[in-house]
Write a protein that binds this ligand. Structure first.
Ligand SMILES: Nc1ncnc2c1ncn2[C@@H]1O[C@H](COP(=O)(O)OP(=O)(O)OP(=O)(O)O)[C@@H](O)[C@H]1O
Ligand SMILES: [Mg+2]
Length: 327
């Protein structure tokens, strides 16, 4: 049994203007301790997919059209809300892009960490521990994410911390529940480059030490490639290619993945001119039939306009959803 198994998952948003067909048949799985990166342009559905794992997309407007999401064998899409609360933040921890909006500016860090720890324990039906024990655990968690002087930090308010420190606090809070899976959605986008590298190194270290599985979401292929053994490339709500990171970088097979890799500037070779992918992402209210990438694809033929390509394994663990990709 995989830790996470997503099959043919489709999600739509019913809005006043019409239905957005956001996720269109996602197939992905993750084993315990595995690291998977998800990349794709803005609006392709990465965050919606991440939120789906914990059923955090508000329904309505969100509507599950089909498919299943199994986490540790349990069907997340049909779990009662009580069981769902046990999953959230405990077995599955999430860290988001913008640490500011997930911390309460009015409360001390220590109070927020205590709430997080108590929340985990009450969801588990554990008896209440004395405050001193909770504080000690909070300090330990802060130290485990490399924050100095945890005691002083517990008394601080969010505005007294740098962006990188706030992100570390959120990661520490995410770890309070002893998760099996850490989902990090653009965890470093709001940070400057050196701090970004530190936070990624921290995540990589925690994943290794604690044997966590990681789903790391970014529009930046470099970020994902540096931290994940496997990468899935999304385009307009579909997974177009999924492969071991080295194989994907060396030999991308889907025309969109090829375009994405060609668009990365090469610092070692300034003569390499990054090329963008002509055209723009489709309107998800009226997505293209067949392959959603077909209007931008130089290889597109009739079948690409009529039939949705399924992910096929073309090399070991290297799966591509393109009618024209050859083994
Ligand atoms: N609550 C909502 N109601 C309506 N549409 C939504 C809602 N949440 C997301 N969407 C739509 O779903 C699509 C995918 O959004 P999502 O946030 O997953 O993109 P993303 O890949 O994470 O992009 P980015 O890289 O910018 O974070 C977008 O078209 C967005 O407008
Ligand atoms: Mg997003």
């Amino acid at each position: 049994m995989s830790l996470l198994d997503i099959q043919d998952y489709r999600l739509a948003f019913d809005t006043f203007d019409g239905t957005l067909h956001v996720l269109d048949g996602i197939d992905l799985s993750l084993e315990a301790g595995e690291t998977l990166g998800i990349v794709g342009e803005t609006g392709c559905g990465k965050s919606v997919l991440a939120r789906s794992l914990l059923r955090l997309n508000p329904e309505p407007p969100a509507r599950v059209v089909s498919g299943s999401i199994l986490f540790e064998g349990e069907d997340v899409l049909h779990l009662p809300e009580r069981a769902m609360r046990r999953l959230r933040g405990r077995r599955v921890a999430m860290v988001f892009q913008d640490p500011v909006s997930y911390l309460n500016p009015l409360l001390a860090i220590g109070t927020q960490m205590e709430d997080a720890i108590r929340g985990q324990e009450s969801a588990l039906g554990k008896s209440r521990r004395p405050r001193s024990a909770i504080r000690a655990q909070a300090a330990e968690l802060l130290a485990s994410v490399g924050l100095p002087e945890p005691q002083r930090l517990l008394a601080s308010h969010p505005h007294q911390l740098s962006g990188g420190m706030r992100q570390r606090v959120l990661i520490a809070m995410a770890l309070a529940g002893n998760p099996a899976l850490l989902v990090a959605d653009e965890p470093t986008t709001a940070l400057d480059v050196t701090v970004q590298a530190q936070v990624l190194a921290l995540i990589a270290g925690l994943v290794k030490e604690r044997g966590l599985a990681l789903m790391l979401i970014s529009h930046d292929l470099g970020v994902v490639a540096a931290s994940c053994a496997r990468v899935a490339v999304m385009y307009a709500g579909t997974v177009v290619e999924e492969a071991p990171t080295a194989a994907l970088l060396a030999n991308p097979r889907h025309p969109y993945a090829q375009g994405l890799i060609a668009a990365v500037p090469d610092l070692d070779n300034p003569a390499h001119k990054p090329r963008g992918i002509p055209g723009s992402i489709p309107n998800l209210m009226t997505p293209p039939t067949g392959c959603r990438f077909n209007p931008r694809c130089t290889l597109a033929t009739d079948i690409c306009r009529s039939d949705k390509p399924m992910l096929r394994e073309l090399a070991p663990a290297h799966r591509v959803a393109c009618h024209h990709a050859q083994p």
